[in-house]
Design a protein around this ligand. Sequence first.
Ligand SMILES: [Zn+2]
Length: 382
Amino acid sequence: MIRDWLKAGVIEPGKGFAPTEEGTPQGGVISPLLMNIALHGLEEAAGVQHERSDSKRTKRGSPSLIRYADDMVALCHTRQEAEQVKARLATWLAPRGLSFNEEKTRVVHLDDGFDFLGFTIRRYHGKLITKPSKTAIKRVKRRVAAEFRALRGGNAATILVKITPITRGWASYYRGAAASRVFADLDRYLWQLTYKWACHSHPDKPKPWIINRYFGRYNKARNDRWVFGNRDSGAYLPKLAWTNIVRHQLVRGDASPDDPAQTDYWADRRRKRKPPLDLSTLNLLSRQKGRCPICGDLLLHADREPQSPGEWEQWHRTTRKAITRQHITAHRMDGTPDQTRLVHSHCQRRATDAKGTSTPVQLNRPRGLLEPCAATSGTHGS
Ligand SMILES: [Zn+2]
């Protein structure tokens, strides 16, 4: 049955079955699962060998395969080996009703680089560099520009609700890449968009008035007066450049750049990576061991890290709604002064409802929660 569903499919290494740029297959929800089933055994077919001592490690000297859903890259040592792998895969795919899209299948030298899942991967002076791909940058720019156009006539609050998860999601996805310059470039772009939007909203006001109305040093931790924000609430649009770039090596230790397809490596990397939240939130999470003090459950469920800018966008949106800051104003018996803690929004609501209106708990706006900045401490909620 799976074979039939996939019959019309074309698989394009490095490009994808249904053209996917950032790992979100567009061919519907079922397609990645089907692909996983249909392509089970693909590695063996490509001639990938594993260490006998550790079946998850690719053997040195063996080609290695990275596949995300229907997108794949085979890393080989020579052009000849690459051609061989391709031929073996073609033979393996044929009886499954699949074939390479010759137009999009490329054998490239690592020094020339290639695009994969929205990244450009390239070896530069002997070092492997991953960056957001040009197409991915263009796409996010187009997306925010369109949002700003649609938000003409709206207010700053709506802008923040709409735009913040998009830019934060994008920054979260690419925070592991060498993206500082790209982030700074996008910040400039966003500044232009916010400024244009503001001028459009107040065509009769002088520029200093507009700047004073929408821009300011909203993030107290940053000496930046050009942050777009909402004067009434103090909420602001975090800059992508504030994102902590999580430097990581594509492969463990000094292993060759030819075998990044190590499952345990990725799992390990996931465990070590902190969620892209601001420092104070991470500290609170750490102090609370990642748990909500009201119900005892984990505050962030991240058994699996989001895998595309879109999934990150959703993650930020959900996190913002699900977690809130609870400021305990009543002094405790032991004299502990005011204390802030993180709780589930629904637990907070339940607690407030149970106690009626005379609650000692004061709901603080979950500001800051969405502010991405250098965060090196705190633990993940798992
Ligand atoms: Zn809770």
